[in-house]
Write a protein that binds this ligand. Sequence first.
Ligand code: B12
Ligand code: SF4
Ligand code: SF4
Length: 224
Amino acid sequence: MPSPGRSAGMAVIEQIAAHLCANGLILRGGFNFGRGEDAPAKAVLLVGHGGAGHWPRFRAWRAHNQGVADPLDTWSRQVIDEIANDVGARAAYPNDRPHLPFQQWAMRAEGLRPSPIGILMHSEFGLWHAYRGALLFDCMLALGEAPRPRHPCDECVARPCLLACPVGAFSASGYDVMACRSHVHGEGLNCREQGCIARNACPHDAYRYPAEVQAFHMDAFVAG
Ligand code: B12
Ligand code: SF4
Ligand code: SF4
């Protein structure tokens, strides 16, 4: 447990990072909310994965938990709830309702910016990363300034991600969820089996999820 003082120390953050690492997850930065800001806590640390680093752990867990509903969310809750309990934080999840602004938090925590297709671009992981939860603290954390990483989209002139969707779901007016959904539910076998073609068109693909992981997420998208 962190001391009840004003600032949780680096030791707590290192303890969290080690516990996450043992589960294939990583700390995705954090920040202190501003004084007077409408916020659910005084500080937040984000938990997620870069590439599919979590997948072997999750798959091993799933082999012993067949038939569990929302398996990735359930596994994430088990791992992150336990850590939250150990360090005296509250856990929050991206699919909790009302939806918490995970992408806005990620922009503050790691200095990320959105790609033209909505997914946040990461200088190392490209479009291949996501958030599995957040740890909310009722005390300030000893955190430095957010990094200001390179934004690869700034240097990408061709923008193939915007051209690849077979139904033109991405345009200047945003992401056409209905067009995407009806294609994925209908003729879009490629999207269902191999993942979003627009996301896969990005050349920053060193951490691209394996086909099995992409198919898992598309199944969830179709079912949702
Ligand atoms: C609702 C939702 C959806 C909806 C609608 C998206 C939309 N039009 O906004 C649907 C079901 C369609 C969807 C789909 C996907 N989503 Co989604 N989604 C969410 C969810 C649960 C809530 C978004 C929200 O309303 N937040 C509340 C507002 C207040 O928070 P916010 O930070 O301001 O919200 C930002 C987003 O809405 C974003 N946004 C706007 N348009 C789009 C379009 C896309 C494609 C994305 C990814 C984001 C996005 O703009 C806001 C920026 O401030 C978030 C998790 C979360 N809690 O944020 C995930 C989240 C945004 N989704 C995510 C992902 C990866 C996807 C998919 C790419 C993956 C998938 N296969 O499921 C798909 C895209 C479809 C595809 N072609 O594959 C990730 C993004 C990670 C990242 N690297 O940025 C998140 C953060 C979940 C996570 N666990 O990490 N999603
Ligand atoms: S294709 Fe280019 S613009 Fe699109 S997400 Fe990748 S780097 Fe960014
Ligand atoms: S999943 Fe398929 S239809 Fe939906 S945005 Fe991606 S490429 Fe387009």
